[in-house]
Design a protein around this ligand. Sequence first.
Ligand code: UDP
Length: 329
Amino acid sequence: MSILVTGGAGYIGSHMVWNLVDAGESVTVLDNLSTGFDWAIADAARLVHGDIADETLLDQVLGSGEIDAVIHFAGSIIVPESVSDPLKYYRNNTANSRTLLEACVRNKVRNFIFSSTAAVYGDPVTVPVPEDAALCPLSPYGSSKLMTEIMLADTAKAHDFHYTALRYFNVAGADPKGRTGQSTANATHLIKVACEAALGKRDHLSIFGTDYDTPDGTGVRDYIHVSDLVEAHALALKDLRATGESRVMNCGYGEGFSVRQVIDAVRRASNKDFKVLEEPRRPGDSPKVVARADKIRATLGWQPRYDDLDTIVGHALAWEDGLARRNRL
Ligand code: UDP
């Protein structure tokens, strides 16, 4: 059987495609290439250039009878942008996921893995935050993903349909073999931005908020290496195909690092200093978000291989350096 990866040309999606291809799976990518790149997709995968909002196209792809599972990454991912343009997020993340789910049910595709987010917890009361914590997103991004989780739960109750929703904490790093990485222009995520600053692609890095109730006053996050994250999806798929059990699980390491600790790690890895400005808090941000990470280890037997901030930053920096050379060519 074959797997459909939506958003397979994007950052996490392209790592997923490499993971599946490496494991000998047959993969179809559906991507509109709005933020992803066709060159990021492993040659062994088939690219369908199109949109998950296109019902006719979805029926063509899912109706072939070859696809038994969908791994759904396509969507918009920038928290501050979701605050200024919420309806874009409710369209791209919520409405388009609804269209995709309906097409899965219509075409009897039963296994679905969803890229959810720690943003569904908002500002968690208990940190590390367990999966059964209250769901109170602080941003339209978090709400748009939570709404999809709700649709998934209801769909699984009503139909022969099973899903795993993986709530990602802060995904970073790049393929250790250097085959793909975070390539999107105008990045906003901290590790990518810090690597760009270290390589002189930006004039400075801004710290958004230095007055949080955290050890050094800056925001604390649980950074997870993208290769460990996609391996969790591969294990989730195996579990879903074998058991048909729907599950919701955190994807993080259970350890938090502050913005200043990340900056120090990038300075160490690059051996470069760069300008850092202290700015006010960014709307929609939580002070501290760290995963309680035992469920996914116990359920799927997931064992992270790159659970180390310096390794994550080293891989991110190596990719960023390669990208700079590529873009100069
Ligand atoms: N952050 C920052 N400067 C930046 C980007 C991010 O200080 O240029 C902080 C942000 O306020 C948060 C943390 O870094 O505390 C992680 O933010 P990011 O945008 O990487 O991911 P998010 O947690 O919002 O999904």
